[in-house]
Each structure stands twice: as C-alpha cells, then as structure tokens.
Design a protein around this ligand. Structure first.
Ligand code: IMP
Length: 437
C-alpha cells in the first residue's frame, strides 16, 4: 500500500532533537500516531500552554482525543512504567481510551533492568551510558527467543506459563553473572497482574488496524524514537541503542510493507547534543557548550543527565539524510542560538591528514576526526515570536540556508520555542499540506 498522505518522523542526530514537540504539532492533522521501535528509554517533553507532559512510551498523539496512539510490534514495553504513564495522563484529564498496543511488542521485565545496570557496571570505563531501562536486554531476549510479548500479558495464565518456561534460565543468569538472588514466579505474576488487567483490552493486532486505516485514506504519522546515530546497525556502535531507529524500521516495527509512507521528516536540533558515552566530533566542552546547555535546558527527560552539547554537524546530518531517505527537515531550537556572536557549522571532517565529507564507519577513525568548520554570523534578536521565515533576522535565515545547502534536503519546519504556537511551517511544502494549507 503506497500511502502518499502518511509521514515517518525520525530523529536525525543522537536523539533528543525535539521530536516530541514536532510530533505533537503534526499530530493535530493525524488520525493515528504509531511508534515503531524503542521503549521507555525515550523521553518526550510536550509543552501545551501551562501544561508540561513528559511521555516515555506513549506517543504525543494521546493529547488529541480523536487520534489513535499506537505502540507497534517493534517496541519493547515496560508494563509497570506504562501503567504509571497512563495514570499520570488520566489524573490530568487526558483520555487514554485510544491507546493500542501491538500483540507482538516485547515486554521489558524487572530482570532486564538488573542486566542493564549490571552490564554497565561490569563494563566499567567502557560502559555505554544506557538509560538503565532494560532496553538492550529486552531486545537481546527477543533475539534469543526467550522474550515475553504483550499478547502473553493479556492473559495472566499464559503470562505465568511463559514466565515459568524462561524464569529458570533468567534466575541462573542473574545469580551467576550478577550476584542477584533472582525472582519468584508467583511474586512476579502478582507484580504484573494490575498491568495485565489494565493493558489487556488495549492489546490488539495493530498491523491490521493500521492497514485498515491506511486503506481508508486516514493519515498515519509514524513516530521514531532516539536518532539515526543511535541506530543499532548504522549508529556509532557500540554506543547505540538496541533497536533500528531509521525510517525503514517504520515498516517492520508496524507490521507493514516499506511503502507505508513515502515522506520522511528528519528532525534536527539547530546544534548537536548527545547523552551517554561515545564519540561526538563537534562537542564543545568549554564556554559555548555550557551556554548551549543552559539556554537549551539540555538535561535528559528520562534520566535527568546533563547532555553533551556542540555545534551543528552537517557530516552526520548528511549521513542521516542518506540512511533514512529524508524528504524534508525540521530544525528545532533555533531560538537557543540567539545571542551567539558567531556560529560554527561542521561541513567536513579532517581525519589523519585528509579531509572527508563522509561519516566514517570505524569508531577508531571517528575518534580521530576533527570537524572542519565554516563560521557564520550570529544574531542577537529574540526570535521566539517569529511565525514566518520572513520574520527571522537575516543571519538566522542565512544559517538555515547554509544547513539546507550542505545537507541537500529542504527545511519544511522550524521551531523557535517549546510551545505549539512557536512553530514556522514553510508554505507549499508537504508539511503545510499536512497541516491543512
Ligand atoms: P539504551 O537505549 O538505554 O540502551 O541506551 C543506549 C544509548 O542510547 C545511551 O547512550 C543512551 O543515552 C542513548 N539513548 C537512549 N534513548 C535515548 C533518547 O531517547 N534520547 C537520547 N539518547 C538516548
């Protein structure tokens, strides 16, 4: 099914690009928002008036009562965390009746978090810097064919049966590798019973649901979490997450073919940030980095960790455009750059005496790469009230043009503040059409 009205949105840096805000904005025009990978390692902050929502599993679409929010088969779901998220939304008057969970989504179990933290401890100085949510071990168990799925949780007797099959192995590993006393079957069943009762009616065949919606001409927004450079295959391995974060995963992670959407929007911050360990060529450890962190409030939504900050890296942006097949760009947090006298833009890397516009596959090479910067003029004006490109200062427009030119993909949306209203959508683009222009 070739769906020209649907859209995949992915992070095109190391995550935290401000996808939550962009997806929240575009969800107003969507019938379904479907997540297709990752779990509660993701953190979306959505600001709506005086309300701030911090979501982990649940797509931003949940804030629109007419929109279906869907957790796809490519996700790993922590039922206990999801239960808390639902309770928080319901407490604030948001209906969660439209949340659907794929039968095939895998479960993050309590022991996965023990493995995650234990692995990090054992790795010591070589740790990945994970969110500690149990993401890697849950995907590893899926690949080892000893995972539990949402469909198992929907029937507590099946859940007990599946758990009884895998728990002896898990307990042995917990004890031998991590010095953990292990889990009792009945205690675990009781721990998950409230989640099973609450979530069971939401567990459905989401592939069929999506197929029906697409066939009926409905608009589906596929929401990616994390970012291109955290992709398990194409990211800065091993400093990556454990799922496919690129656009092609929208199909496999939703139970659809690769034609499920023809448009791919890459979200990029106007500068670069990263949490956790791993190479980051444009990282600024000095004054500029501190300024970006302070002005951009760069602290992790999930872990609260300060994010590493640096200049915009067009080498990774071009790479992200290629591996995702980006058809448009959304540039976020442009307002954060106000007040900087000049802006550095990395257009290439200098590696071992030669200059390259390409992102290397070898992490050893990447560690030795230095960015080649172009310097552009900054601007002083507060741009948070701009609602059209023409309302931006000349230097801000020049900066955006430089990004477009070096990446080779058109900018369709610019965000100039956290609120829904602080958004510029370029006229006569796919996104302006999406928004009803
Ligand atoms: P994990 O996904 O918890 O296994 O963490 C692996 C790497 O991905 C670490 O560097 C995390 O900081 C990073 N990561 C995971 N989720 C996010 C996210 O939503 N935003 C930014 N970084 C993330």
């Amino acid at each position: 099914m070739n769906n020209t009205d649907s859209l995949i949105i992915v992070g095109a840096q190391w995550g935290d690009e401000g996808k939550g805000k962009v997806i929240d904005y575009l969800a107003a025009g969507a019938d379904v928002v479907a997540r297709f990978q990752g779990g509660d390692n993701a953190g979306h902050t959505v600001v709506y008036g005086a309300n701030i929502f911090k979501l982990h599993h649940i797509p931003s679409g949940i804030l629109y009562p007419g929109c279906i929010s869907l957790l796809g088969s490519g996700m790993v779901v922590n039922p206990l965390v999801l239960l808390e998220e639902l309770a928080e939304l319901e407490k604030r008057g948001i209906t969660t009746a439209n949340l659907k969970i794929s039968e095939k989504a895998h479960l993050i179990m309590a022991y996965h978090q023990v493995y995650d933290r234990g692995n990090e401890e054992l790795l010591g100085d070589n740790k990945i810097g994970t969110t500690g949510r149990g993401i890697g071990p849950a995907y590893a168990d899926k690949a080892l064919r000893r995972g539990l799925r949402a469909i198992d949780l929907a029937d507590i007797d099946v859940f007990r049966e599946r758990l009884a099959q895998v728990l002896p192995v898990q307990n042995r590993l917990l004890e031998y590798a991590y010095g953990h006393e292990g889990y009792d079957l009945e205690q675990l069943v009781e721990m998950y019973r409230p989640a099973a009762e609450k979530l069971a009616p939401m567990v459905v065949d989401t592939s069929r649901l999506l197929t029906d919606k697409l066939a009926g001409g409905k608009k589906v927004l596929f929401e990616g979490a994390q970012g291109a450079l955290l992709d398990i295959d194409h990211g800065t391995y091993p400093f990556v997450t454990s799922s496919s974060t690129v656009a092609a995963a929208a199909g496999t992670g939703s139970g659809l073919g690769p034609q499920c959407a023809t448009r791919v929007l890459g979200v990029m911050k106007a500068y670069t940030t990263r949490v956790g360990e791993g190479p980051f060529p444009t990282e600024e450890k000095g004054e500029a980095g501190v300024l970006l962190r302070d002005q951009g409030a760069e602290y992790g939504t999930t872990t609260g960790r300060p994010r590493r900050c640096g200049w915009f890296d067009a080498v990774i942006a071009r790479y992200a455009a290629r591996i995702n097949g980006l058809t448009g760009l959304a540039i976020t947090k442009l307002d954060v750059l106000s007040g900087l006298e000049t802006l550095n833009l990395a257009v290439a890397y200098e590696c071992g005496g030669y200059k390259t516009p390409h992102f290397p596959s070898s992490m050893t090479d990447l560690q030795q790469c230095n960015p080649v910067y172009e310097t552009l003029p900054g601007w002083d004006e507060d741009i948070s009230r701009a609602r059209a490109m023409a309302e931006l200062p000349e230097a801000a427009r020049q900066y955006l043009e430089a990004l477009e030119e070096t990446i080779g993909v058109a900018i369709e949306l610019v965000s100039v503040g956290p609120d829904r209203t602080q958004t510029i959508v370029r006229p006569r683009t796919f996104l302006s059409h999406w928004c009803g222009d």
